[in-house]
Write a protein that binds this ligand. Structure first.
Ligand SMILES: CC(C)(COP(=O)(O)OP(=O)(O)OC[C@H]1O[C@@H](n2cnc3c(N)ncnc32)[C@H](O)[C@@H]1OP(=O)(O)O)[C@@H](O)C(=O)NCCC(=O)NCCS
Length: 165
């Protein structure tokens, strides 16, 4: 397993894996236009924040989009578009990507993510990794009627918890 940040000109890799993720797990995401995007949109998207990918051999088997949001604290990042190939789930791919993120951005303490109601597998994985609900819930009407809830990981607290005896 090899983890890295996609370079800005790797938009074709992003396009391939993101469309695979949307096809595999449509209920997990709120994507709208991506299937009809052209090169310009993918190039722009690939340069927004950091796209972390995991490869097994030549194949990308996991992806995570990490974004610094302007009006949020500097030690906080927003995670989205998190996806692991079904053949590689529960083998530690997401855990490894979060560890990689911690290694390349050691100053980041808080990770935030929205999760759609009903996505119980992802919620179980996030909670296992130390994320907790913030209690913030958001009803959405587009692209479909649904409700999402915000989860938060305080890395420092998670490390302290795991070292408590
Ligand atoms: C959510 C998702 C990214 C998790 O990725 P993953 O690589 O399978 O997660 P990991 O293997 O790193 O698991 C991390 C921990 O969560 C646990 N876990 C993972 N999936 C679980 C599940 N469905 N139920 C219970 N625990 C689970 C793992 O066992 C592991 O704990 P452990 O190390 O103590 O054994 C993956 O299931 C996925 O791609 N789902 C579809 C897309 C999706 O829902 N994305 C999230 C959008 S918010």
């Amino acid at each position: 397993m090899h983890v890295e940040v996609l370079a800005g000109d790797d938009w074709k890799i992003l396009q391939e894996v993101r469309l695979r993720a949307l096809k595999d797990s449509p209920a997990a995401f709120l994507a709208t236009g991506e299937p009809s995007w052209g090169e310009a949109e993918w190039r722009t998207y690939s340069r927004e924040g950091a796209w972390i990918v995991t490869r097994s051999g030549d194949q990308v088997i996991g992806i995570l989009h990490c974004i610094r949001v302007d009006d949020r604290p500097t030690d906080e990042r927003h995670l989205e578009s998190v996806w692991v190939d079904p053949d590689h789930r529960r083998t530690g791919v997401l855990r490894t990507m979060l560890q990689y993120l911690a290694a390349i951005e050691p100053g980041v303490r808080i990770l935030m993510a929205w999760i759609l109601d009903g996505n119980d597998d992802a919620r179980a994985a996030y909670e296992r990794l130390g994320f907790e609900s913030t209690g913030e819930r958001q009803p959405l009407t587009k692209p479909r009627l649904c409700v999402e809830e915000r989860l938060r990981l305080d890395r420092q607290a998670a490390i302290s918890d795991s070292t408590d005896s």
